[in-house]
Structure formats: structure tokens, C-alpha cells
Design a protein around this ligand. Structure first.
Ligand code: IPE
Ligand code: IPE
Ligand code: MG
Length: 226
């Protein structure tokens, strides 16, 4: 089986999951957030080393404050209890921490510090993340310097290998600002499953699908063995 090193999940569909049950959208975020440790662990157990989860975009600040606060509450609770992920996971938060409420920004920073030592697995949570903003910010940071791919990458929120596989739950077939620089050659997988329902069999299906893909990076497929 051909495994991705880095898998990303655009965790979409929490709102509809709640609305389908006659509940407030915040309930969907609560149930979605509750699934996060198990989803990350399911990938790690299957040999994936890096998991990026898109939790909140810069554009999501356009939502009603009550919903934004609900999502932030979920992320803060997660950040305060990262130890429940196990002691083999390093957690990082990618995005504009200065745009977050101070208590959330502090909880994210503290979680990063507590898990900073060498770990086999990385969980990268994107929060207050803007894909275009990430590129503009890197360009601004390097203004006056000679820009190379290497120093440009090191000016991104997290200098990680590119995502090999990007999964989007919730049925929409778009990236909505997710890692525009890093996704140039990512394999894309879309599923109608709403994120709070995204479970082991969906994870297996996505990894099996990835395994069947042939990545060419602009080159030609290997010659067929006669
Ligand atoms: C969660 O899904 C992702 C976030 C933006 C926090 P949504 O809240 O977008 O759910 P839907 O797409 O409205 O169902
Ligand atoms: C993308 O979902 C962002 C996250 C999953 C955090 P959205 O629900 O914000 O995307 P659009 O608005 O449908 O493109
Ligand atoms: Mg959505």
C-alpha cells in the first residue's frame, strides 16, 4: 500500500450535520471537534506521520459571532487537553494567532510548547488561517531578501512537507483557501460524509483511493513492463 506522509482534512459539514438534526450549528462544531483526536489517531495508526486539519479560515470570521465563539470554544478546549492525543504527537497551530481571542491564542501557544519535543507524529491545526494571507505574509517577511523556494517555505506558517492527500468532507468540491502554495501537486479526495460522521471506514476508503493514484509531478508514467 502506497501511503501518504502528510494527509490534510478540510473538516466541512458540521453546520449541516447539526441542522439535519434540528440543532444549532454550534452543536455540529462540538461533535466535529470531539472526533478530532480519534481521526488524527486513525491516520497515525495507519502510518501517516503528519495530519493537517482545517478548523477555521480567515474568511470564517464572516460568520455570526455566536458561531465563531462556539468554534473557538471547541478549539480552546482541545488545546488545553492536547495530552489526551498521546505523548507521541506534536501539535502546531497554523494561522494568524493575533486574530484570535487572547485566551485562545495563549492556549494554542501553550499546547505547542508542551508538545514541542521530538515526536514521531505532527498534528497541524489550521485556525484563523488564510491561504492567500499566508503567501502575502511570507513575501512581506522576505522583502529585501533574495526569495528562494527554500526560504519562502520557511516563512510559511509551518514548514512541513506538502500534503500528499487532501480530503474534503461535506460534499463541496473546492479548497476554500486551503494551502494554495503547498497543494500544487496534492491528490484530492472528496466525500459527501459530513465531518462529525467521518469515521474509520471513510479514512480507509480515502487511503485506499490514494494508494491507487499515480503521481507524476509533470513527468511521464513509468514504462509498462512487457
Ligand atoms: C465546519 O463546517 C468547518 C468550519 C468552517 C468551521 P461548516 O460549519 O462549514 O459546516 P457546513 O458546511 O455549514 O455544513
Ligand atoms: C472551509 O469550509 C473551511 C474549513 C473547513 C475550516 P467553509 O464552509 O468555510 O467553505 P466554503 O465557504 O463552503 O467555501
Ligand atoms: Mg462549510
Amino acid at each position: 500500500m502506497n501511503l501518504p506522509l502528510h494527509v490534510a482534512v478540510i473538516m466541512d459539514g458540521n453546520g449541516r450535520w447539526a441542522e439535519n438534526r434540528g440543532e444549532k450549528r454550534e452543536i455540529g462544531h462540538l461533535f466535529g471537534a470531539k472526533r478530532v483526536p480519534a481521526v488524527a489517531r486513525a491516520f497515525f495508526d495507519r502510518g501517516v506521520r503528519i495530519v493537517s486539519l482545517y478548523a477555521f479560515s480567515q474568511e470564517n470570521f464572516r460568520r455570526p459571532p455566536i458561531e465563531v465563539q462556539g468554534i473557538f470554544g471547541c478549539v480552546e478546549a482541545f488545546a488545553r487537553s492536547v495530552e489526551t492525543l498521546g505523548d507521541d504527537v506534536r501539535v502546531i497551530f497554523s494561522g494568524e494567532k493575533s486574530a484570535l481571542p487572547p485566551s485562545l491564542a495563549a492556549a494554542c501557544l501553550a499546547a505547542e510548547e508542551r508538545t514541542e519535543v521530538n515526536k514521531p507524529f505532527i498534528l497541524n491545526i489550521l485556525i484563523a488561517y488564510g491561504g492567500r494571507e499566508e503567501i502575502l505574509r511570507a513575501a512581506r517577511m522576505l522583502s529585501g531578501e533574495k526569495i528562494t523556494e527554500q526560504n519562502f517555505r520557511s516563512a510559511l506558517y509551518a514548514d512541513l512537507p506538502d500534503p500528499d492527500l487532501i480530503i474534503r468532507t461535506g460534499g463541496e468540491k473546492r479548497l476554500s483557501g486551503f494551502m494554495p502554495f503547498q497543494s500544487a501537486y496534492s491528490e484530492l479526495y472528496f466525500t459527501d460524509v459530513l465531518f462529525p460522521d467521518f469515521g474509520d471506514k471513510d479514512i480507509e476508503a480515502a487511503l485506499a483511493d490514494y494508494s491507487s493514484r499515480q503521481r507524476r509531478f509533470g513527468s511521464l508514467p513509468p514504462p509498462k513492463v512487457p
